[in-house]
Structure formats: C-alpha cells, structure tokens
Design a protein around this ligand. Sequence first.
Ligand SMILES: Cc1cc2nc3c(=O)[nH]c(=O)nc-3n(C[C@H](O)[C@H](O)[C@H](O)COP(=O)(O)OP(=O)(O)OC[C@H]3O[C@@H](n4cnc5c(N)ncnc54)[C@H](O)[C@@H]3O)c2cc1C
Length: 471
Amino acid sequence: MTEKGVSRKLGLDKNALDELARALGKEYVRTNVEDLVCYSYDATATRQRAMPEVVVKASTTDEVATVVKVADKYDIPVSPCGARSGLSGGSLPLYGGIALDTTRMDRILEINAPDLIAVVEPGVVTKRFQDEVAKHKLFYPPDPGSAEFSTLGGNVAECSGGMAGIKYGVTRDYILSLEVVLPDGRVINTGSRSWRTVAGYDLTRLFVGSEGTLGVFTKITVKLIPLPAKVETVLAYFTTSADAVDAADAIILEQGVIPKTLEFVDSICIDSVRGYGGIEIPEEAKALLLVDVDGDPHIVGRERLRVEEACKYNNAFQIVIAEDAEKRNAVWQVRRVISPALFKVAGKKLNEDVCVPRSRMKEITEEAYSTSEEYSIPTACFGHIGDGNIHINFLYEDGNEQQAKVYEMLDRITKKVIEVGGTISGEHGIGTAKAKHLPWEIPPQELELMKSITKLIDPKNIMNPGKIFVP
Ligand SMILES: Cc1cc2nc3c(=O)[nH]c(=O)nc-3n(C[C@H](O)[C@H](O)[C@H](O)COP(=O)(O)OP(=O)(O)OC[C@H]3O[C@@H](n4cnc5c(N)ncnc54)[C@H](O)[C@@H]3O)c2cc1C
C-alpha cells in the first residue's frame, strides 16, 4: 500500500494468511464472514462501515510484531483495535487488510504502590483496571463514559478524556511510557518508569492520541495517584440552560471549587432520559448539573456546600445530594443513559465532541440551538462543561434529505467552534468522521509537519491508513 486509498487486497495472497496462521494459530486468524462483519464498524453514529479481509487476535508483543512484519512484507494495511467503542471511526479497516485485535492482551502486569505506577497490556478494560488499583487505595482518573467496556489501548490511542478531566486531566496526563510495535515490526520503548523525564523528545506524547496510525501499543506504563477518601455528588435542576451554565461558571470562578466532575445536561436529554429505566426527574427541569467533589472528608463537605451555594444563587429549583456509593450510582444513572435514550427522539444520531474556551460555551450551545431551529433537526447538548468539552448531538431520521441537513449543520457549528478558538475534537479523535474538518482547524504548515511524521514512521502507509488526514 504505497499511496493513500490504493489497497492491495489480501484475499488471494495465501502465503500471508499461512504465515499469520502459523505464528498465531488458526483459531486467532479469522476470515469467516461473521467475524469480518463484527470488525466492520465501531460506535460511530454515522455508521460508516469497512470490512477487514482477516481478523487477527494477538496475545503477545512478539505476535503483534510478527503480524506487522507480515503486513509490511506483503503490503497489507493493518488497523489495530480494542473494544471498537470509538466514536470517530478510528478502528475501521478502511482499506480492508488486517483488523488487529489486542483485547487478548489483557493482563495487568504490575501495580507498584511505592512508585505510584502500573504496567498493563493494551486490552485491559478501563473500569477493571480502575477497580484493581482501587484495592491498593490508588486511583487512575481518566474516566471515559465507555470505561465499562473500552480498553486502555484504545484510550491511549484516542487520548480519551471523560468525566474527571476538569480536575485530573485526560489519558495523556497519566501515560509515562509505551512499548510500541512500529509499522515495520520493530519494537520500541518510549519514556520512562519515573514520573518525570526530559531526556530527548517526548515520544510518548507523540504516540498518545495517534489513533493507531503510528504503531501498535503492546505495553502501557501509567501514573497513579492516591485514591480520594470521599466522593459526594450534587445533582442540581434548573428551568433554563443559561442558569445551569452560569452556575457551572460560579462553582469555579466565584466559589473557587474545581470539582472532580462538572457535567451539563440539556432539556432534550432530560426529556429522553425521563422515565428511562425508572428515572424520575421533575417536570419543570430543563437543564441539570451533575457535580462530584472528592478528597478528604472535611474538604469534600465544605466544597459541596459551595457547589450548592453556586447552584442556588443561579436559580436551581431542586438539589439532590448523594453521599454514599449506592445513591451516587443512582443519580449518575441520569447521565449514563443519555446516549441510548436519545434514540427515542430519532433513529440516527451524529455526536460531535467539540471543545471551546470555557467562556465561549454559551455561544456554542446557543449556535447549536438556533441552527437546530432553522433546520428543524432536534439537537441535544450534554457533557463536560467544566473544561469546555460539550457533546452536540444532531438527531435525525434515516434518509438523504435529513442527512444532508445534518452535515450542513455540522459544518456551521465547526466553523463557529474554530472561530471562538475551540477544537473539533476534545476527546473522541479525528478518525474518519472528522478528517474533512481537520484542515479547517490546523494550518497548512502544521498539517504538513504532522503528515511528514507519519511518512517518516510509516513510509509504506500500512498502519491504519485513511485516518486523521483526508486521503
Ligand atoms: C457510550 C459511549 C461513551 C463514550 N464516552 C467517552 C468519553 O466520555 N470520553 C471519551 O474520550 N470517549 C468516549 N467514548 C469513545 C470511546 O469509548 C473511546 O474513544 C475509547 O478510548 C475507545 O476504546 P476502544 O478500546 O473501544 O478502542 P477502539 O474503538 O477499538 O479503537 C480506537 C482507536 O484506538 C486504536 N487502537 C486500539 N487499540 C490499539 C492498540 N493496542 N495500539 C494502537 N492503537 C490502538 C484504533 O486503531 C482506533 O484508532 C465513548 C463511547 C461510547 C460508545
């Protein structure tokens, strides 16, 4: 595969298949159509599909290296994947070839409390890892909404964010070192086991967020912090979105609290989740904030009161406090079910994850709602308001007319986001879904520099081709 978009199909190349089967065992080299179909999509709402020609399930670094060497030898595209929960089409084998599944590599190799680090394989599911480190009173904060099923390899490749980003940062902030199989099969180790290093260029940061285009992660060394002793949740209901946005500002700017989570939910989302799985929400609620505060118990108590104060001052008409795990779990249900519940409004959903400087948040939600009215396409906003990362969901029915409208709306919001100094993706990555818009945000010189890095590391363009940059 020497040119973007020009794929040499593996189909007839029996030698490559034989080499893969010899190295991994036939069981883990799958070509039956059922397997291929399962690897032809991810959670991207636009539902783009692309079939691989073979699914390969590797269980060790050596196996990954062998697969990549075979791909290099026979010029076959390789698309790494984890749980395929991505929301930008990142794992889709756009030009066929090999879907390289790393979920069998699911061992937690080390949890080192004195060093405050852990070493894991890429297929470890995020929540399982968080639960394991919590047994050692340690905390791995990156917390995507998909934590129950997404893998750490996928999280690193997308630089996933999630709920706790406002206080604790995102995946990038916790990755110390990576073992990576490069596109020619060489194995490298970036970074260090120590919390700091300035030895040479920061290759770890280059690979984090590279969306499977620069190599396959086979080991990940992460930084851990002590587990906060207490978490409490404030759920505040408002009659307008504007009041909720003002309250979010007041929590940070007036009350001086950086909470663990600061989530915003608008009226379309509320109407969708009302009654979903028995969730009860007051009729007059048109927006809500979900705020977690964590830390020492006496600090948590004080910060919680400040959050309540900011919400009341900005006209919250009802506040629910959840102090224990069971009650917290129940109130968080409102946020967790939004994605599936929105399908009650329309059969299709295009989910954007723009991020803007915090002070421009209101402009962006207002633009989303006015565009929604103009085009008569319901548009729901929710997400990580604390750090400016908001999910704008266009809800539409199948069919060309509505789809065309949605893509026009998307272009309009994208322009506005860039105009106010924001970015087209705060956490879901570019993949195929946002490749068209990347040049709108990144100037030509910088874009060329990025492409030249890909060319240097992957001159044959076999590693997840067609992603990030428009082919
Ligand atoms: C309901 C729901 C909620 C979500 N909430 C959030 C959220 O709050 N925040 C957020 O950031 N995302 C969220 N996501 C998106 C998604 O879960 C994340 O992007 C996640 O990190 C993907 O992990 P995965 O294991 O499913 O990776 P996949 O989807 O399989 O792959 C994602 C990317 O990682 C690459 N990749 C996978 N494994 C490797 C590897 N071993 N080496 C190199 N590259 C690899 C793939 O090539 C692809 O480019 C959500 C998704 C869903 C469905």
